[in-house]
Design a binder for this molecule. Structure first.
Ligand SMILES: [Zn+2]
Length: 229
């Protein structure tokens, strides 16, 4: 059968391409670690109750994620056994309030807290907040409460795509330094505009000997993220 020269070139090109190794998807990413000290997120109504009518949260320092900040405002977190004073509020205000504690804090205040990703988790617990102008009782469950934050990584849409992962995937984190460790089950969270950053709480960070700003290597374990293309 007669083959047109153009078609021949096309066939040869495709045959050569098929034999070239497929470029491997990058499966590792160097990311900074942010250590989350116990903190509180508040809805606007609770800012008013705790700090007074017309009060606006004031910036204490900017956080790594654009637009987020540690506020000057602090509150007392009261549990059944104990209270912790001067717990930092993070801004801006959110749709609902939540308290994020390390397990060590939870034991101190007398709360058996679940590992969760948000304060509206059905397992989150009731807790009381005391401010200079008032007191708020977070009911827990779907209305917001206290929990221990699951270790997670913030990724922008492009970073997640480049790594071949999606929200909800669980990755590994290889940490160097004086207490080298690999953490598993680092939950992927994805939002447009986020900068890559792993969040660990103080218990995890202290156990691994890491501080805010230190970098570590995010690794996609085999079998994770494979079906996201
Ligand atoms: Zn986070």
């Amino acid at each position: 059968m007669w083959i047109q020269p153009d078609e021949m070139i096309d066939r040869v090109t495709r045959a050569v391409m098929a034999r070239l190794p497929v470029p491997a998807t990058p499966r590792r990413l160097t990311v900074p670690i942010g250590v989350s000290v116990r903190h509180i997120h508040l809805c606007r109504a609770h800012v008013t109750t705790l700090f007074g009518e017309g009060h606006e949260l004031r910036v204490f320092n900017e956080l790594y994620q654009t637009g987020h900040y540690a506020a000057q405002e602090q509150l007392m977190v009261v549990g059944p056994r104990h209270a912790i004073e001067r717990v930092r509020v993070l801004g801006p205000p959110r749709a609902y309030s939540q308290v994020e504690l390390a397990r060590t804090d939870a034991v101190a205040v007398g709360l058996d807290l679940p590992l969760a990703t948000e304060g509206r988790d059905p397992e989150s617990r009731a807790v009381t907040l005391v401010g200079p102008e008032g007191t708020v009782r977070l009911p827990g469950g779907s209305e917001g409460g206290a929990f221990i934050a699951r270790r997670h990584v913030h990724l922008g849409v492009d970073d997640a795509a480049a790594l071949g992962v999606a929200a909800g995937d669980l990755l590994d984190l290889e940490i160097g330094g004086p207490r080298p460790t690999t953490l598993h089950g680092v939950l992927v969270r994805v939002q447009a505009g986020w900068r890559p950053e792993v969040h660990l709480d103080t218990d995890e960070a202290n156990a691994c000997g890491v501080r805010t700003g230190q970098t570590a290597t995010l690794i996609v374990p085999s079998g994770e993220g494979a079906d996201h293309g």
